[in-house]
Each structure stands twice: as C-alpha cells, then as structure tokens.
Design a protein around this ligand. Structure first.
Ligand code: GLA
Length: 388
C-alpha cells in the first residue's frame, strides 16, 4: 500500500463504484526536532514535515451526504451535511473529519455533499502527528477550489482539534503540516506565528524510532500540563502582571519564585522556559554546524521532559539511553506529546546501519517489540497532488 495516485484512485473506485476521484490532497506528518510542550505556552518549536503523509481523495456527490471512508481502518462514516453544525464527537477517527467540517461551517464555508477516501502513511499514536495530517488534508479537500490563507487553514484545523476532538493542543502540528519545507526544519514562533526556515547540516541525519507503545495516560496528562503551566503563569503574574504566558518568563525570572511556587508547577515551568532557550541555542548551533552542541541540546531536552515535565516513559527512556551509547549518535530525545510514540535521533549518516541494528536488537530483547524506524526527510507542506 502506498500514497500513489493510482493506488488512491483504485481504492476510491472500489469503494464508491463509478464515481471518479476528482481531486487528491496530501498533508504531511511531522517530527519535532526540539521545542516540546512549548507551543501552547506560545514559545518556540522546530519541527520538520515528513514524507509520511495523509492523502484525501474527494469527489462531489449528489444529495446531502458527506461519506468518508478510511482505507487504513476499512471503516466509514456518513453524515448529512445539513447536520454538521449540530454534530457531536463520537470519540473516534471520524471526529477529526467532522471537527474540520464543523469549523469550516462556523467560518462560513459551506461543506458540500461528497465522497471522500482517506489513506495515511503516518503511523497512528506515534507522536508524528497523524491527526493534524488528517485534519489538514481533509480541510483542503472540503475546501476544493475555495482559497483560504495557509495560516488560517492551520488555525482552523487546530480549532477542530481543540473544540471538537477536545484536545487542548498548540498550533505546531497543523502549522508544520501546512508550512513544511523540503530540505529544512521550520522554527515557529507560536506567539507571532511567524516562522524561520532552518536548513540542517548535511553531515547529520535524523531518524525517528517508534516505541510501538502509546500509554493511555497521554491525553489526561496533556491537559494537566496545560493547567500546570497556567498555574505557573498565575503565580508569576502576582509580581509581574505583564506576563501573559511562560513565553514571557526567563530562567532568571523564574528562579525568583523558587520559594513560593508549588514544586511540581515550578518543575513544569522550568522545563518550558529552558526548552524555549534550547530551541534558540539549537538553531544557532545548526547555523554554525556545531553538531556536538546540537546533540547535547537534544539530550538536555529529553532529560528535562523526563524529570521536570514528566511526559516520558520507560520505553522512550530506554531508546534514548541506548541510542546515546551507540557510536556516531550526537543526541536523542522523545518527540511529540510523550507517553510513548517516537524518539528522534541525530546521527552521522554512516553510523545509521549499526545504529538501526543495535537499537532494534536491544529494544526487542528488553520489551519484546520491534521498533519501526523512519528516516526523517524534510518534506513540503500540504498541497493538491495530481489524480492521474
Ligand atoms: C502534541 C500536540 C502539540 C504539542 C506537542 C508537544 O503533539 O498536538 O501541539 O503540544 O504535543 O510538544
């Protein structure tokens, strides 16, 4: 199975009979290199879009049904377009589609009756942003010829996740899925929503390694972290009313609250504040080609997520610790929300075969699971692809 137009057109025809695909849209997943749990604190992140992507094939339909088929799950949903405004979440994959449809309607875009097929190569639950890839490709498919500013598109898809799916995520995943670049990572300022294209040194490559686990805890912990960050801001505001988010807080300022801030809240804030500083340092080190420092920053990020933010898990820590002992590895850290999913590893290209074999063997021995590995090739953002 692949994302080739031929495969998509064929699958579409198998599902919908004579109706021909009229258009296909692609939106990529991402790997975040550094800047974790900083986006909803309006700080910095540095993801790259991947060549793993979600494809949405669409064709207009008579009547008033929006029919959506997931090729990966062999499962379908069917809604009346007139009922989109009052639709309620079902707690499954269909929510990403209906969330987008409902935000489109709220934004004044009519959602047409259509037959839709979704196929994605982004592994679900891997921390590589399979949900944003669905949201963005579906939004483009439902918009069709109607244009929307790319930034508006990213924001609308984030709202779908916040309001309909009920996940209080930041803007990173939807933003990079829209604005991804080939051959570069993208540093995003999650407050101004401006970005900087960051070409990466050719003498290092990035590999994502999937723990193949996703601990249930993830979404409730995410909500707790969002709340804990808000609590940290409230404490800081008692002395500095101008502070609107952790983005406005420096390490030095934070240290003034050592005595009065609740210890857990202090640790959460310390992660966010230091992580923003690491993103800046990582971009500068990348510009100078300082691979060693880049690797050290990745490691520091992981330790901070592990001990201060507490969103790592045994499997992620094992992959990181093992990777750091393999020759040619500059650094490794968990990527994405945490509690499973992937690590991202920075290594010398020539070290890759040994890295893969050693890590895979050690992980299998320890957890009885084969970690799937994805070379991270920076890819372009969401676009239409030819259906022929
Ligand atoms: C998830 C969210 C993102 C971001 C990361 C953590 O991927 O969707 O908005 O908060 O977690 O950096």
């Amino acid at each position: 199975m692949d994302g080739s137009p031929r495969f998509l057109v064929q699958s579409f025809q198998e599902r919908y009979g004579d109706a021909a695909v009229s258009r296909i849209f692609r939106a990529p997943g991402r790997v975040n290199l550094i800047g974790e749990h900083t986006d909803y604190n309006l700080g910095f992140v540095m993801p790259m879009a991947l060549d793993l992507a979600c494809f949405t094939a669409v064709s207009p339909a008579a009547g008033d049904r929006l029919r959506v088929y997931s090729k990966n799950l062999d499962d379908s949903r069917d809604w009346a377009v007139s009922g989109i405004q009052t639709a309620k979440p079902d707690g499954d994959w269909g929510d990403y589609v209906m969330g987008v449809a409902s935000e489109l309607v709220k934004a004044g875009y009519e959602v047409p009756a259509a037959n839709v097929l979704i196929w994605s190569s982004v592994p679900v639950g891997s921390g590589l942003s399979s949900s944003a890839a669905i949201e963005v490709s579906v939004a483009k498919a439902l918009l069709g010829d109607r244009s929307m500013e790319p930034l508006e598109l990213a924001k609308l898809c984030r709202r779908a996740e916040n309001n309909f799916v009920g996940m209080p995520c930041g803007i990173m995943d939807q933003y990079i899925s829209v604005f991804g670049r080939e051959k570069a990572a993208v540093k995003i300022d999650c407050r101004s929503l401006e970005c900087e294209i960051v070409p990466l040194p050719a003498s290092a490559e990035f590999v994502a390694v999937n723990t193949m686990v996703k601990h249930e805890l993830g979404s409730s912990a995410y909500r707790n972290r969002v709340a804990e960050c808000a609590a940290a801001v409230a404490t800081v505001q008692e002395k500095y009313p101008m502070v609107a988010s952790l983005r406005d807080v420096s390490s030095r300022m934070l240290s003034e609250f050592q005595e009065i801030m609740e210890p857990v809240v202090m640790r959460r804030a310390r992660h966010v504040v230091s992580e923003d500083e690491r993103v800046e340092a990582f971009v500068a080190a990348s510009g100078r080609g300082d691979l060693k420092l880049m690797g050290e920053l990745l490691q520091a990020s992981h330790r901070s997520l592990q001990h201060d933010y507490e969103v790592s898990c045994e499997e992620l820590d094992f992959l990181v610790d093992t990777a750091l002992g393999i020759p040619g590895v500059f650094g490794a850290r968990m990527t994405g929300g945490g509690f499973g999913g992937c690590t991202v590893n920075m290594l010398r290209p020539e070290a890759a075969p040994h890295f893969r074999a050693t890590l895979s063997e050690a992980y299998q021995k320890r957890f009885g699971l084969t970690p799937v590995m994805y070379p991270c090739r920076p890819s372009f953002g969401a676009s239409e692809i030819s259906a022929s």
